[in-house]
Design a protein around this ligand. Structure first.
Ligand SMILES: [Cu+2]
Length: 68
């Protein structure tokens, strides 16, 4: 497992936090996504052999947010 810290923009409330967390955790290979609204940050624990950054960024984008 690896852990990365990424900036997520577009979140304004706890519902946004939930949407982003679920979008990430629904991906095969993502073990856990901790989202911090105030810091606009996602801390993601994942299996790099199963899922990549591009896929995670796309999932967040599809949910309506941006992960840089
Ligand atoms: Cu919201």
């Amino acid at each position: 497992m690896e852990t990365i810290r990424k900036t997520v923009t577009g979140m304004t409330c706890e519902m946004c936090v939930r949407h982003v967390r679920e979008a990430l955790e629904d991906l095969d290979g993502v073990d856990r996504a901790k989202i911090d609204l105030a810091r606009k940050e996602a801390v993601i624990t994942y299996d790099a052999s199963k899922v990549g950054l591009d896929e995670m960024a796309k999932a967040v984008k599809d949910a309506g947010y941006e992960m840089a």
